[in-house]
Design a protein around this ligand. Sequence first.
Ligand SMILES: [Zn+2]
Ligand SMILES: [Zn+2]
Length: 105
Amino acid sequence: MLPVMKFNDVVCSFSPGSNQAEQCAVCLYDFRDHEEIRRLTNCGHIFHRACVDRWMDHDQITCPLCRTAFVPDELMEVFHEKLCAASVSAIPEFGGEFSVINNFL
Ligand SMILES: [Zn+2]
Ligand SMILES: [Zn+2]
């Protein structure tokens, strides 16, 4: 799973004066201190937790902002194999393909 953290925790870890966006590119609202956000492991962009979850619900596996894949290149082949396997033997109680994505984050 992608790490979930509070926005103010992330802000503390930013280097001073960095130009990090303080707005979620999915919903275009500013982040608030108490909100849960996810930081994408590949590109470091941050989004609301709910926004990323909804984004992935639509089978999107790239960053909404820069289109970097959530899944590292070396895992993409395995990922697609698992995705195919999952769509053949759908597991409704786990949300099918979405559960496969979860296994990689
Ligand atoms: Zn958002
Ligand atoms: Zn990104």
